[in-house]
Ligand binder design. Structure first.
Ligand code: FEO
Length: 170
C-alpha cells in the first residue's frame, strides 16, 4: 500500500512523463514540417515511449492502492531553433527527468517503501540509456557542423541510431 505522500510524488511524475511525451510530439511536428522525416519519426517514437513511461506509473499507483490522476499539462514550444538546439533541449530535459526520478528514489528510501524503490529501478536504468542516447546524437550533430548534406544524411541515419551500451562512458 502506498503512503499518501508517495502516491502524490508518483502522481507528479505522471505529469512529468506526460509532458515529456507532449514536448517530443511538438518536436516531431516541428521536424516534420521542415521535411526532416527521419528526425520526425524518431521524435514520434520518443513521444510514444514517454506515454508508456507515464502509463507504467499510472498502473503502478492504482495497483498499490493509490489513485492515478490525469492532470493539466503545460503547452510545449512549437519551434525549436535548429536541429542541434532541439536535441540540446531534449538532452537537458532528460537530465531533468533523471533528477525527478532520483528524487522519487530518495522519497521511497526515506519511507522504507522498498516495493516502490524496486519499481523505480527500471526508470533509473532507462534514464541512463536516454541520456546516453541524447549524448550520442549530439556528438553526431557536432561532427556534421552546419553542412546541409550532413544533416540530410543524419536525417536518414537517425532511424538506425542506437546506443551501443547503456553503461558506455560519455
Ligand atoms: Fe520518461 Fe525520457 O523520460
Amino acid at each position: 500500500m502506498l503512503s499518501e505522500s508517495m502516491a502524490n510524488a508518483l502522481n507528479k511524475q505522471i505529469k512529468v512523463e506526460a509532458e515529456s511525451s507532449q514536448i517530443y510530439l511538438a518536436m516531431a511536428s516541428w521536424a516534420e514540417v521542415q521535411g526532416l522525416e527521419g528526425i520526425a519519426e524518431f521524435m514520434y517514437a520518443q513521444s510514444d515511449e514517454e506515454r508508456q513511461h507515464m502509463l507504467k506509473f499510472f498502473k503502478y499507483i492504482n495497483e498499490r492502492g493509490g489513485h492515478s490522476v490525469v492532470s493539466e499539462l503545460t503547452k510545449p514550444a512549437t519551434k525549436f531553433g535548429s536541429v542541434k538546439e532541439m536535441f540540446e533541449t531534449l538532452f537537458k530535459h532528460e537530465v531533468y527527468v533523471s533528477q525527478t526520478i532520483n528524487e522519487l528514489v530518495h522519497i521511497a528510501l526515506q519511507e522504507k517503501d522498498y516495493a516502490t524503490h524496486n519499481f523505480l529501478q527500471w526508470y533509473v536504468a532507462e534514464q541512463i540509456e536516454e541520456e546516453a542516447q541524447a549524448r550520442t546524437i549530439l556528438d553526431k550533430i557536432n561532427l556534421i557542423g552546419d553542412a546541409k548534406s550532413g544533416l540530410y544524411m543524419f536525417d536518414n541515419d537517425i532511424k538506425r541510431l542506437t546506443v551501443v551500451s547503456s553503461v558506455s562512458p560519455a
